[in-house]
Design a protein. Structure first.
Lengths: 401, 401
């Protein structure tokens, strides 16, 4: 692959696909060219030459001149078929589809190795932050204790609007949608699913563990309210949606996504709007922090461009940690220090707390509880919590009310 | 080189060399082994097996089994000879010597290409922050507007002690020396030279320009005093030593190192002690920020380990920007908004200001001036300023006294 010209077959021409075209054009990246673009809707007008377009995936998969498939469609099942089939036919794959990757990583890696091609996905996690390759390469041999961050620009944008401008959740969500930072159906972003997929991808490189999506607790910000924002503000703190992967013992990891209360000493305190932030705690280098744009056509296009540059250099993810940490498993027993707010008709017995240290009825009729609960117990209740309108966030270990 | 075992010849067994040994040992990195260590002083006791040691560089350079030379000595001339001779003999080189690299990069790259080996130096800039390879790879094809940061842990540690604890410069320097964050002769760190070498290295990757050390203005913190710290604190700001490379027009760059006044909205405001921070402004991805430990045996060892991992994957810096920006030159005409404090016997005529907007005699007898001055004029006066005890820092463009 070294310095071979990249002939690209592109799937999808939405925000991300279009971003790649713009970025390729403006960067003057001369070692790659788009040979064909496969789109779904023949009726939609497109700002690219007619002869580049096709509606038949076979026109890309069957073209022996195309050596790289860039996949930017949203349907994870179709994306999986495209990625697998491309690699089976000896084409490198660059994909932005985190949901597809999180669900199928082991099988995709088998195909990658069998066909001796590359599978790169910098654009699938944290937008423009060069985090996947940095973890895979730079921290490939250094033991990593923990990784956490703000991985979802949509929910962070909403939380910023709420904390900086005092908007309520619904208004902030509508503003995010109007600004192009939230989709029409924002569930995956606001409920923490999107962040969970990204956490799975990063932890595969940082800790050598490929978790299954069902194994991980995820709680989002759908039920966050004024009382929660006030609670944070009165303490000079902020609420952020934080995916976390923490080594709890040499071979056990606690992995989960939930809102967390962070103070001004946290690097995440100043990550606002659509920005993402990643903190990595490594054994030799200590705390590393990265911040950059987490959403948008150009930032995502930039990550795709970076993957194409890496491909040109013959780069493949090494997944060194897989070799080193083969016998690491998930730890659901970890006790979390939590804040929970639920509708007043519910009671502390609705959640399997280990301990409740504080309980109060609020003016708005809801009930607030502080206490401890195990990660596993919270996981088992999490779908119920979403249905019943319960908001929960993690408190710092050092928290005193 | 792909997955070949690395047989390492190590030069130097000071803090950095010893850090590499520890990090290699603790990481369980099994694809590399230290075959020989060349040190200078035969009388100094060493905590490594006697048979690994040699006092003759030829024992490493002449050993055909050694395929990687890791160079951690401080003498830049000797380091250059070692790096060049190693590459001439077909050995890859990993070096931490920023001064040597900044002075000889073009010639070293010729040897690298002639011998088809790798020359890597992640540990030479910003300690544990994975910045060299990130810029070379991730931003290799994306146009970069500017890069700036806190590249020198020693001076940042001193500034933190002064601003957080109210120490004066001399006391803070002694504390840095006692804590192992400053050398016996701290000149290179506190006068801005070390930061300048690192700026040259990073700009070679981000902007494709290899500046000569003599071409760049560097001003340090040797003459910083209480009046300057008070000036910053009264405005809720901090003073940081900032190397900067800014695109002033499509093919012109302003590159310099000097203290700067930064506000709480700057990402550098919260970078304290021995930490380093890098901000990169790229055309598609926007502002990227990186923070991590900039000094210490383990952080530097971590960067060396990362280079060894990259070597194993066959990695070479691509220097893509060299091809794209071949005709970019330095811009000395840029006007800087500055704060200058000089001994009271001197006058504003001592510096070729374009404009002086404020002048006052301070209680301690020194003279403070605010105004504008060109980068080139400041550069020409900079050695004189160091001799005469003049402190200068850049003010934000938006600064109002």
């Amino acid at each position: 692959m070294h310095n071979q010209r990249l002939n690209i077959g592109l799937f999808g021409l939405g925000v991300v696909g279009k971003g790649l075209l713009d970025v390729l054009h403006e960067s003057g990246f001369s070692d790659a060219g788009i040979r064909r673009i496969c789109v779904k809707d023949p009726l939609k007008p497109r700002a690219v030459p007619r002869e580049l377009l096709t509606y038949d995936a076979g026109d890309i998969l069957g073209d022996p001149e195309i050596n790289v498939v860039v996949e930017t469609i949203s349907d994870p099942d179709a994306a999986f078929e495209i990625a697998r089939e491309s690699m089976r036919r000896g084409k490198h794959v660059v994909t932005a589809n985190k949901k597809m990757l999180a669900a199928h990583l082991p099988e995709l890696l088998e195909w990658r190795d069998r066909s001796d091609v590359s599978l790169l996905y910098e654009s699938a996690a944290c937008g423009s932050i060069p985090i996947v390759r940095t973890i895979d390469e730079h921290f490939g041999s250094e033991p990593v204790e923990g990784i956490s961050g703000i991985f979802n620009g949509t929910s962070n944008y909403i939380l910023s609007r709420m904390s900086l401008e005092g908007l309520d959740f619904e208004t902030a969500l509508r503003q995010a949608q109007a600004s192009g930072f939230a989709e029409e159906d924002p569930s995956s972003d606001i409920d923490g699913l999107d962040a969970k997929y990204k956490l799975i991808l990063l932890a595969a490189h940082s800790h050598g563990v490929v978790a299954k999506p069902d194994e991980l607790l995820y709680l989002g910000i759908r039920h966050i309210g004024k009382a929660d924002m006030d609670f944070a503000r009165e303490r000079g703190m902020k609420i952020k949606l934080l995916p976390q992967c923490i080594r709890s013992s040499p071979h056990r990891l606690a992995m989960y996504v939930m809102p967390a209360l962070v103070g001004a000493d946290s690097p995440f305190y100043q990550v606002e709007d659509e920005y993402n932030g990643v903190q990595l705690q490594a054994n030799f280098s200590g705390h590393q922090f990265f911040r950059g744009r987490g959403a948008g056509a150009f930032p995502t296009g930039s990550a795709l461009l970076s993957d194409l540059g890496a491909l040109q250099g013959g780069y493949r993810y090494a997944y060194r940690k897989h070799r080193l940490n083969g016998h690491t498993s998930l730890d659901a027993s970890r006790l979390l220090n939590v804040y929970v707010r639920m509708p007043g008709r519910l009671h502390s017995a609705s959640l399997p707390f280990e301990q409740v240290t504080h309980e109060s009825l609020l003016e708005d009729g809801s009930r607030r509880m502080l206490g401890t609960i195990s990660l596993g117990a919270l996981h088992r209740q999490s779908r119920q919590m979403l249905r019943e309108g319960i908001f929960a966030m993690q408190l710092p270990d050092s928290f005193e009310k």
